[in-house]
Ligand binder design. Structure first.
Ligand code: RIB
Ligand code: CA
Length: 318
């Protein structure tokens, strides 16, 4: 049975699977009305992120379509993240082949048509913001159609540079378009996602579910965490970034945040891709444009993610 989350928002997930993007797909299918998946180049080249999204769609028998989008950022050169996700974008497990490939290669049209035809859809991007920026540029009216944008990205510190988080850093021009579009924006940045780690006990919990799908997820988590731990001075497991952009909509009571003005640095030699978050307590600061998430009840969030994985495991065995 789908999760009885307080809200079941209608969401369109734009992603670059990516180990944590996979969990965002699983959680969205369990807790929201997932109307479609679009893919973007990011953690891996577009053909790989798209293939990976189709693998998960079919392993979970999801009745949703996958549409591939931008194979490169608006201006920057493509920069992938094999050092964290592996060459395939989803290293660490034997993945079943998908039943079919992408349902279209026109993510931008899918985003525009879906948001225009069903008002009140949330856009949930968990990769570089290229597809979202292209859709907003082609159809500025989308801002009035969508409920808002709940994105994973940014923060007061970076993970690709000291100042910039990967999703923003990979396509800062796209991020600037999105952050300035005027839509309601919720931002799950590194400050909150680094509170949500897939630790060994949590991996063991998933492995103990002992279904083909959840065994794959446990293997993916082990790989993802191994790469994170090797790359950090001290961290107990990989940060499970992307599902928080979904849970912010389906389980808002698990979070605390503040409305801030956030702008995107697109030119700084040391700061390109930085989310410049105005946290000053002065009265003449710019009006806020983003709800910045600052705290998550990690144990409660994990309980929702675990239930979603268990449901996906049962679904995949039918
Ligand atoms: O910085 C973390 C983000 O970059 C996550 O979305 C991860 O999947 C990668 O895309
Ligand atoms: Ca991602």
């Amino acid at each position: 049975m789908p999760d009885d989350s307080p809200d079941r928002p209608r969401i369109l997930l734009d992603c670059d699977p990516g180990h944590d993007d996979v969990v965002a797909i699983v959680v969205a299918a369990h807790t929201a009305e997932l109307v479609g998946i679009t893919t973007v180049a990011g953690n891996a080249p577009l053909d790989r992120t798209t293939y990976n999204a189709c693998v998960i769609r079919d392993a979970m028998r999801l009745p949703v379509t996958v549409h591939s989008g931008a194979e490169r950022p608006l201006v920057a050169e493509p920069k992938f993240a094999a050092f964290i996700h592996g060459q395939s974008g989803l290293d660490g497990a034997e993945l079943p082949a998908p039943d079919r490939g992408a349902d279209s290669t026109d993510a931008v049209s899918f985003i525009i048509e879906t948001c225009r035809s069903s008002e009140g859809t949330w856009l949930v991007p968990t990769g570089p913001l290229t597809n979202i920026a292209l859709a907003l540029r082609a159809a500025p009216d989308l801002v009035g159609c969508i409920a808002g944008i709940s994105l994973m990205g940014g923060g007061t510190f970076g993970n690709r540079t000291p100042a910039a988080e990967y999703n923003i850093w990979a396509d800062p021009e796209a991020a600037a378009i999105v952050f300035e579009c005027g839509a309601q924006i919720t931002m799950a940045g590194l400050d909150v996602t680094h509170q949500f780690l897939v630790t060994p006990p949590r991996i063991d919990q998933v492995a103990a579910l002992d279904t083909p799908f959840t065994s794959i997820i446990a293997d993916l988590f082990r790989f993802f965490s191994r790469m994170y731990i090797a790359r950090h001075d001290h961290i107990a497991g990989a940060a499970l970034h992307d599902p928080l952009a979904v849970l912010a909509l389906t389980h808002p009571h698990l979070f605390r945040g503040t409305d801030r003005h956030v702008s995107i640095e697109t030119h700084g030699r040391h700061t390109a891709g930085m989310t410049v978050i105005d946290r000053r307590g002065i009265t003449d600061r710019e009006q806020s444009n983003v709800h910045v998430l600052e705290h998550v009840d990690a144990d409660a969030a994990w309980s929702v993610v675990f239930d979603a994985l268990a449901e996906a495991g049962r679904r995949s065995c039918r």
